[in-house]
Design a protein around this ligand. Structure first.
Ligand code: ATP
Ligand code: MG
Length: 136
C-alpha cells in the first residue's frame, strides 16, 4: 500500500543549541523519512504564538511561545510512508521521562518543555504547519 505523506518537524532550541541537528536528521533518514526541505530560522514570539495558537487556552501557552522563539530552530518537511504517525513514533511521548527507549525525546529531551522536537499530529495540521513555514 502506498500512503506517502508529508509532515512538519521542528528541532527545538534546546537541541539546536546542543548541536544535535545532524544526529536527529540521521534518525529520520534511517527510519525512511526523506528530508524534502530544511531551514534554520529564529522566529519571533508573535510568530510562535501564531504557530501554537491551538494551545492558547493552556496554562503553559505563554512559556511555550517564549521557548520556541528563544533561539534558532530547524524546520523541516519530512516525506515518506505514513510520515505523520511514523514521525510521532520516532519522536516519542511529549514528556521525555515517559518516552520509549531509542525515541528522540528519550535520547535527547531534557524536560516536557525542552523536549527537542515537534511533529505535526495529523495530516490536516501537517499541511497547515508546512504552509506556515514554507509557503512564501
Ligand atoms: P509537539 O506539538 O511539540 O510535537 P506534542 O504534540 O507531543 O508536542 P502537545 O500536547 O501538542 O504535545 O504540546 C505542545 C508542546 O507543549 C509540547 O511539545 C511541550 O513542549 C509543551 N507542553 C505540553 N504539555 C505541557 C505541560 N503539561 N507543561 C509544559 N509544557 C507542556
Ligand atoms: Mg502537538
Amino acid at each position: 500500500m502506498n500512503n506517502k505523506e508529508a509532515t512538519l518537524s521542528i528541532i527545538k532550541p534546546d537541541a539546536v543549541e546542543r548541536d544535535l541537528t545532524d544526529e536527529i536528521k540521521n534518525i529520520f533518514i534511517q527510519n525512511n523519512l526523506n528530508i524534502k526541505d530544511s531551514k534554520k530560522i529564529h522566529i519571533s514570539k508573535d510568530e510562535a504564538a501564531e504557530f501554537y495558537k491551538v494551545h492558547q487556552s493552556k496554562p503553559f501557552y505563554n512559556d511555550l511561545c517564549a521557548y520556541l522563539s528563544s533561539g534558532p530552530i530547524v524546520v523541516m518537511i519530512l516525506e515518506g510512508e505514513n510520515a505523520v504517525s511514523l514521525n510521532r513514533k520516532i519522536m516519542g511521548a511529549t514528556d521525555p521521562n515517559k518516552a520509549e527507549n531509542n525515541t528522540i525525546r528519550k535520547l535527547y529531551g531534557i524536560s516536557i518543555d525542552k523536549n527537542s522536537v515537534h511533529g505535526s499530529d495529523s495530516q490536516d495540521n501537517a499541511k497547515k504547519e508546512i504552509d506556515f513555514f514554507f509557503k512564501n
